[in-house]
Write a protein that binds this ligand. Structure first.
Ligand SMILES: Cc1cc2nc3c(=O)[nH]c(=O)nc-3n(C[C@H](O)[C@H](O)[C@H](O)COP(=O)(O)OP(=O)(O)OC[C@H]3O[C@@H](n4cnc5c(N)ncnc54)[C@H](O)[C@@H]3O)c2cc1C
Ligand code: SF4
Length: 233
């Protein structure tokens, strides 16, 4: 039996035909009314399957996406009242299958088999961009290897965002499901240090650079490097 508060939150969605939450508000184009429709029916597995068509990070996006600006900011309900709690519902769907290692594989398996090919892709960097590209390439039948400079995946989700905002367990379980698609990982491999593009070009059909943009910008003012000085936006 599903949490009654979640039921109420799902039933609050109007299932709008034009779905501005998805079409205008969600950069991924998640089919929001359709997955919420399955939450209403208490069919959380199907809700996860619908989300997995466009995202492999529902547990993460459900928690840290800027919903107020994006999906919830475009929700019709929000014109006169509060918007539908889209982020919370998305996270709830993920949390329901969190311990199931094969959940993503189950959604992609058929397509992976149908589209299986011998093309090999190298992805440099295992943050959200690299992980997402890896999963969708695997879904489309490619053989994927991620080269990551650290001994863990997740990028800024792990070493940038604090635990109270996004728990490491959510990232770990998300990564586990993605790797379970048969993706190979070379940890402690840093581009330009122990691997080069020309070496990779010889072994792979394509290379995707997903190394992030983790160098912070400077204000260029005196004293900005002094201890205790922090920049607020
Ligand atoms: C403090 C903080 C809070 C944030 N909060 C939010 C939030 O609330 N909501 C939100 O949506 N976004 C938030 N972000 C932004 C979000 O984390 C980034 O947009 C996202 O992580 C970018 O993903 P990425 O995969 O492009 O890069 P990254 O996450 O930076 O991943 C890059 C990966 O490449 C690896 N790599 C780098 N160089 C090499 C190399 N030479 N060779 C091999 N591997 C390499 C890195 O180790 C890393 O694993 C926050 C960021 C920070 C720092
Ligand atoms: S705009 Fe709001 S009410 Fe309409 S389908 Fe999207 S989430 Fe539901």
């Amino acid at each position: 039996m599903q949490n009654t508060k979640i039921n109420e939150k799902a039933k609050y969605c109007l299932n709008c035909k034009i779905k501005p939450c998805s079409q205008k508000g969600c950069p991924l184009g998640n089919n929001i009314p359709m997955f919420i429709g399955q939450v209403k029916e208490e069919n959380l597995e199907k809700a996860y399957e619908i989300l997995s068509e466009t995202t492999v990070l529902p547990g993460i996006c459900g928690r840290i996406c800027p919903h107020k600006k994006q999906c919830q900011g475009s929700c019709v309900r929000g014109i006169k009242d509060r918007p539908v709690a889209i982020g919370e519902l998305e996270a709830y769907v993920f949390d329901n299958i969190i311990e199931e290692k094969d959940s993503l594989l189950k959604c992609y398996n058929k397509e992976m088999k149908e589209k299986k090919n011998n093309k090999k892709i190298a992805i440099i960097g295992g943050g959200p961009a690299g992980l997402t590209a890896a999963a969708f390439l695997a879904k489309n039948g490619f053989r994927v290897t991620i080269y990551e400079k650290y001994n863990y995946l997740g990028g800024l989700l792990v070493h940038g965002i604090p635990d109270f905002r996004l728990s490491k367990k959510i990232v770990k379980k998300t990564v586990e499901k993605i790797l379970n698609l048969g993706i190979e990982v070379k940890y402690n491999h840093e581009l330009q240090k122990n691997i080069t593009i020309s070496e990779l070009e010889k072994k792979y059909d394509a290379i995707f650079l997903a190394i992030g943009a983790n160098k912070s910008s400077k204000m260029e003012i005196e004293g900005e490097n002094l201890e205790g000085v922090i920049r607020r936006k």
